[in-house]
Design a protein around this ligand. Structure first.
Ligand code: SF4
Length: 212
């Protein structure tokens, strides 16, 4: 990465961490994906049940093998053998020890914006797991909620549709067409203005682009 870009990313990432802390989240800045992976693994104790919300960022960090070595139980609906098992796993994610997710956007004033198709990911981010850890690359940082919405519908959702192989209209045009298909992935939107009361929610802001 260009040194000037690196410095700017670090400044922006650290300022966003401070904004998240003001909003009662626990938050840390990690300079790159390798250090984020190391920190994430430090935060997950042996034997913990760990929920995976389907995040491309968490998948990229590739921690499941290491968790299996520590006798952790992984609830990953994308590894289910059929839709019924996937739904059961989504329910278990709601009461796991540690739920892992990315965030579609993080505003510079420390808010989280997420859009979900079924709602299971955002539900587990809000309440249920003993602890939630969110990993967000610096590419997710936006100025405000308007920009967060634009980021999701103009970029993240179309790319996620391509990633999971839907035939929703955004995969043909590259931005949202506010579809009404059964496979629409944008049915629930959540804004975390601050950390929910009683939840231990940590946001790891990473100084490189991760996920969509
Ligand atoms: S609402 Fe439909 S068209 Fe718009 S981004 Fe979501 S899936 Fe794509």
């Amino acid at each position: 990465m260009d040194q000037n870009v690196k410095l700017h990313t670090e400044l922006l990432g650290k300022a966003t961490v401070e904004a998240l802390k003001k909003n009662c989240f626990q938050a840390e800045y990690l300079p790159d994906a390798a250090s984020a992976k190391k920190r994430l693994l430090e935060m997950i104790p042996a034997g913990a049940s760990v929920g995976f919300g389907g995040s491309a960022t968490i998948k990229y960090l590739d921690i499941k093998e290491e968790l299996a070595k520590r006798n952790c139980v992984c609830y990953d609906h994308n590894a289910a053998k059929d839709p019924e098992e996937a739904q059961e796993i989504r329910r278990k994610q709601l009461t796991c020890d540690i739920f892992l997710s990315g965030s579609n956007a993080v505003t510079r004033d420390g808010r989280l914006y997420n859009v979900d198709g079924r709602g299971n990911r955002v539900a587990a981010m809000i309440f249920g797991p003993r602890e939630v850890i969110i990993v967000a690359g610096a590419n997710k940082i936006v100025a405000n909620l308007e920009e967060a919405e634009e980021r999701v519908y103009g970029y993240a959702a179309p790319i996620n549709n391509i990633r999971i192989g839907t035939d929703n209209p955004c995969v043909r045009i590259g931005h949202c067409m506010d579809c009404s298909t059964p496979k629409r992935i944008c049915n629930v939107a959540t804004i975390f203005h601050k950390c929910p009361v009683g939840m231990k929610t940590t946001v790891l802001v990473v100084g490189e682009a991760l996920g969509y």
